[in-house]
Structures are given as structure tokens and as C-alpha cells.
Design a protein around this ligand. Structure first.
Ligand code: TYD
Ligand code: MG
Length: 454
């Protein structure tokens, strides 16, 4: 076979756009380090097109645009469909990110298996694992036949084969393993990832095939290549969860076709991921006796209320700068709450190490956790637990006031359903009608809230 003619490439700085003919560690223009990346140079005649725009899009009235109802393909897993906003939308591109080994390949293989079993055409493309490995996994997951498989990492060939195969759903596992022959850089490099993704996105839009890209997350929690894919895809889902436990969460952080921040909850079993219908029950654990520093809080993820546990450990620091650690929480929120506790509640925390954690490996980005976090820190500092059966939510203001949060009623309902007997909530979130079996303690200031501790 004659060797395909390589396109010309050059290097361009990601920061300033400066160009260099050869790679070097430092941009010759802005002097930033490690910002040069390979880019394609359009060949002769490939420059600006001047005439003949026939068939190109024209300006039109938005009311005249035909907008057919969206066609969605169910993945056969209600929790996954929920995050997607009701299933995979034809022609859309979804990015599924997560740490290695968290279950990305597993869930997508399961979803494709379901789609194939329902008569849909599904193609699983692996650039990382061999066909045997994937077949073994499929047996373990007890998937039926009908699922098509391809092990290849050259995008050009993938697209040629997909043209013949015409799948309704194509899973690309992973985008970092894909490469285009027009670039010389190694698979996984920024340029390769970007070009491969661009080709796959074009394919999805042209054919109406759903393309799901798997993306590994780097150590600092970003998708390889500085969030470089997030803006070119229609939906971004992230896998979360602590690998030492079986909980797995899929969170939608961008969705052009559904609600934001929706979550799906799963448990990893020896036969793949199983959906969890009642996630709150999974994240909270009733302790035989009340523990200082542990507080159950009610949060809201997307449209769904969720109970979880926050823990704090406060101890005398041996260092000049005490350690402050927030796992599953925003460090800045922790710093703010410590300041409020110190100033408004007279809790001397300046020489203490403070460690905080959301149990079960979930991440909470919402402000409703503030009050629970403050209570957990205070509780650990004074060794005073919160009585069993208590749930807490509320935002903390800098003046020490407790502010209301959205969805108070649903949070209270969820606590009631799970058998909680007392709720500490912001005044404005107190229910008008009493809830059976649940005593509501409405608080206005952080000082009042601290009085609920034993
Ligand atoms: P995998 O889907 O390969 O992770 P990723 O693609 O995100 O890197 O999942 C890997 C983990 O899941 C692995 O440690 C084995 C475990 N696992 C199970 O516990 N049960 C199963 O049925 C399967 C298929 C995997
Ligand atoms: Mg994998």
C-alpha cells in the first residue's frame, strides 16, 4: 500500500498563539514553558476560500428552522439515562471522564450490551484492550451477542469501518488512545486528542450516530489536555466515587439536552455496575452511638435530594501553619466556615488542624452543606456529638446568619422517608405544615444552631 502523504505540521503556543517550526520547551514569543503543541498546516491551495458559497448555511429566521423532536436511545440503565436527560440523543457526543479503574469501560459495555439486546446497532471501539479481554468482560457481565467490537486506534480506519458498519451508538474507549495519522505526535498528546476528537465529533454530526468518548482524568483531576474536550462535546459526565468502596456516582457537569448536575448512582458488584434506586440509604450509616464530629446532611444533586455524612476532626496543631484539609468539599468554603466559627461563635480554631471529609467519596459543591460542616467542626472541637436521627442543612453567611437553600421541602421529605426524627434547618426553610415523625428546629444564626449539640 502506498504510504499516505503526511500533512505538514508546525508548532503553536497554547497561550499566545505564537508559531515555531520545531518543538521546543519554551515558546519563542511569550517565553511560557511547555505550551507548544503540534498543529496542522493547511497545504498549498488549502487557504482561504474566496468564492462559491453555494450550499453553505445562510442567515434565516429562527421560527422557520425545522426542529424535529429529539430521538433518544435508552441505555437500558435508568440511572444513566437520568443523567443524560432521558437517554442518548442521536447525533450527540458525550464525554465520560473518570479515574482509571473506576468503571467507565464496564458501564459502557453494559449499556451497549443493552442497546444491542434491544435490537439497536452498537459498536464498541477499544484502543486500549484486546478483543479477548473485552470478550471476557462481556461474559462476566453476562451480555448477550449482537454487540459489535473493534480494536483499533487509528481514527481514519475507525471512521472508514464505521461508515460501513453504520452503528447507532459508537463508544470510543478511550479518546487518549486514539490517534490520527496526519500528526506525528504520540497518542494522548494534546494535539492528537484534539484532532481525533474533532474527527469523531464531525462523524457524529454528519451521520446522526451517538458517539461516547471515554476520557481518563489526570492526577490533578482534569481530563488530559486542559479541559480541551469539554467544549466540543454536547454532554460531559464524570464518574466519581472512592475506589475502596463500591459506590459509584455519575454526574452530568454539562448537558445540552438535559438538566445540569444530575447524578446517577451505582454499586460495583462482581457482575458489573448495578443501579441504586435509593442512594441516600447507601451514603449514610447509622452509628451505634452518636459520634462527635459526624453530621448527616441533606443535599441536592440535580433534581434529587440526597443524604450523606460529613465528618470533621479538629486537633491541636504541631505546626506553625495548621493543616486544613477538605476531602469532597471546596477548601475555600472550609476556610470561610472556620473564620465564621471563630469570629461569630468564639470557637478558637487558629491553632488547630482541621480535617474534613464527605463519607463515601462523593463531592459536594452546594452551599447547603455549610451548616452541617460547621456543626461537625464544632462538635469535634468540643467533643459533643449530635443526637442520633438528626439531619442538617443550610448555608452559612459571613455574618453568622443561616441562609435558606433551594429544595428545602424535598430534603426534609427525604430525611423523613429515611426515618430521621429531627432536622436542623434555616428559618426560611421551615415547613408550614408539620411533618409526621420529624421535629424541625429552625435556626437563624450559627450560635443557635450550635445549641442543638448534646
Ligand atoms: P473498568 O471498567 O475497566 O475501569 P475504567 O475503564 O474506568 O478504567 O473497571 C475496572 C474495575 O471494576 C476493576 O478494578 C474491576 C472491577 N470490576 C468489578 O468489580 N466487577 C465487574 O463485573 C467488572 C467488569 C469490573
Ligand atoms: Mg477502561
Amino acid at each position: 500500500m502506498p504510504k499516505a502523504k503526511k500533512e505538514k505540521t508546525a508548532f503553536q503556543c497554547r497561550e499566545c498563539g505564537g508559531a515555531a517550526p520545531k518543538w521546543s520547551g519554551q515558546c519563542p514569543e511569550c517565553l511560557a514553558w511547555n505550551t507548544l503543541e503540534e498543529v496542522r498546516v493547511p497545504g498549498a491551495g488549502g487557504g482561504l476560500r474566496l468564492a462559491n458559497y453555494a450550499g453553505d448555511p445562510a442567515v434565516q429566521d429562527i421560527g422557520q428552522v425545522a426542529a424535529p423532536a429529539m430521538q433518544r436511545i435508552a441505555s437500558g440503565m435508568a440511572e444513566l439515562d437520568r443523567v443524560l436527560g432521558g437517554g442518548l440523543v442521536a447525533g450527540s457526543v458525550v464525554l465520560l471522564g473518570g479515574d482509571p479503574g473506576i468503571g467507565k469501560s464496564t458501564i459502557l459495555l453494559q449499556a451497549l450490551g443493552n442497546i444491542a439486546a434491544a435490537g439497536g446497532k452498537a459498536l464498541y471501539l477499544s484502543g486500549e484492550e484486546s478483543a479477548e479481554q473485552i470478550a471476557l468482560r462481556a461474559r462476566r457481565l453476562e451480555l448477550g451477542g449482537g454487540l459489535r467490537l473493534l480494536c483499533e486506534n487509528r481514527v481514519e480506519r475507525v471512521l472508514a469501518l464505521a461508515e460501513a458498519e453504520r452503528p447507532a451508538v459508537l463508544v470510543v474507549d478511550s479518546i487518549q488512545a486514539m490517534m490520527t495519522e496526519t500528526l506525528q505526535s504520540a497518542p494522548g498528546s494534546v494535539a492528537q486528542v484534539r484532532e481525533s476528537a474533532a474527527a469523531l465529533v464531525r462523524y457524529a454530526k454528519q451521520t446522526g450516530c451517538v458517539v461516547v468518548l471515554v476520557g481518563h482524568v489526570t492526577k490533578d483531576g482534569q481530563l488530559a489536555g486542559p479541559r480541551l474536550l469539554e467544549h466540543v462535546v454536547d454532554a460531559v459526565l464524570y464518574f466519581e466515587g472512592d475506589r475502596s468502596t463500591s459506590f459509584r456516582l455519575i454526574r452530568g457537569i454539562k448537558n445540552r439536552y438535559g438538566a445540569l448536575n444530575e447524578i446517577g448512582v451505582f454499586a460495583m458488584t462482581d457482575r458489573g455496575l448495578k443501579e441504586v434506586g435509593n442512594p441516600s440509604a447507601m451514603f449514610i450509616q447509622r452509628h451505634p452511638e452518636a459520634l462527635p464530629g459526624s453530621v448527616i446532611f441533606a443535599t441536592r444533586e440535580g433534581t434529587r435530594p440526597l443524604l450523606a455524612e460529613v465528618q470533621a476532626l479538629v486537633d491541636k496543631s504541631a505546626q506553625v501553619n495548621p493543616r486544613r484539609l477538605a476531602v469532597g468539599l471546596e477548601p475555600n468554603r472550609l476556610a470561610m466556615i472556620l473564620a465564621v466559627l471563630q469570629r461569630m461563635a468564639g470557637c478558637p480554631l487558629y491553632d488547630r488542624d482541621v480535617f474534613t471529609n464527605i463519607v463515601g467519596g462523593i463531592r459536594v459543591g452546594e452551599t447547603g452543606v455549610d451548616l452541617a460542616l460547621a456543626l461537625a467542626i464544632y462538635s469535634s472541637f468540643y467533643g459533643r456529638p449530635l443526637a442520633d436521627g438528626t439531619v442538617v442543612f443550610g448555608e452559612l453567611g459571613l455574618a453568622g446568619e443561616i441562609r435558606p437553600v433551594q429544595g428545602g421541602q424535598e430534603r426534609l421529605k427525604e430525611a423523613q422517608n429515611l426515618g430521621f426524627t429531627r432536622a436542623v434547618v434555616p428559618k426560611a426553610n421551615a415547613p408550614k405544615k408539620p411533618l409526621r415523625g420529624l421535629t424541625v428546629v429552625a435556626v437563624g444564626r450559627v450560635g443557635d444552631a450550635l445549641e442543638v449539640l448534646c
